[in-house]
Design a protein around this ligand. Structure first.
Ligand code: IMP
Ligand code: MG
Length: 182
């Protein structure tokens, strides 16, 4: 498939198939089940919009009791991080004493992650961890910031599908594709 991105024709190339994503999601869920154990309630904090597809698949593989909350942040314009993070919904209440696991679609520069950690460190949660489907280590602006659970490390290319968008479009693709010059 070829698409027009701001006047440049780009090739869409499959990076991870639906099957690869499903297998990796099951492995991550197993790791989370083992590390948290099944005896305590886990608060899942889904970072909208991008993480909604990944979170829907991941949480159905979790075996412990979960409380699922949503938070909406916005940082991207087109294929560039805008630099400023906006919080579009309030932080969920009653996180005091709870184990919180943030679910992200992708950690890129790390600005959103950094922003969320700062925000949530004020809530007196018992623990705070991050699970992201995709990670772009080479794009990181905060070298010390490492997600606790990562589906796949990728390069700096812009990717779409499985929840990830280009200006709101392509979130419904069942696979992850990257954009390369045509
Ligand atoms: P960061 O704050 O730069 O780490 O960016 C994190 C957010 O930017 C992610 O949650 C995504 O919503 C978005 N993002 C970063 N890279 C991509 C990409 O390659 N495709 C689509 N969205 C992306
Ligand atoms: Mg996102």
């Amino acid at each position: 498939m070829k698409i027009d991105v701001n006047g440049t024709m780009m090739n869409v190339r499959t990076l991870f198939s639906a099957e690869q994503i499903q297998k990796r999601t099951q492995e991550l869920a197993q790791q989370i089940n083992q590390e948290y154990g099944l005896d305590q309630t886990l608060v899942i904090l889904v970072a909208l919009n991008g993480a909604f597809v990944f979170a829907a698949d991941l949480v159905r593989e979790l075996k412990m009791t979960t409380q699922i909350e949503f938070i909406r942040i916005k940082s991207y314009e087109g294929t560039q991080s805008s630099g400023s993070i906006q919080l579009l919904t309030p932080i969920p209440k009653n996180l005091v004493g709870k184990h919180v696991l943030i679910i992200e679609d992708i950690v890129d520069t790390g600005r959103s992650f950094h922003f969320l950690l700062n925000l949530l460190s004020q809530t007196d949660a018992a623990s705070l961890k991050m699970c992201t489907l995709l990670n772009k280590p080479e794009a990181r602006e905060f070298p010390d910031l490492k997600p606790d659970y990562v589906g796949f490390d990728i390069g700096k290319n812009f990717v779409i599908g499985y929840g990830l968008d280009l200006d709101g479009v392509y979130r419904n693709l069942p696979y992850i594709a990257d954009l390369t010059n045509a």
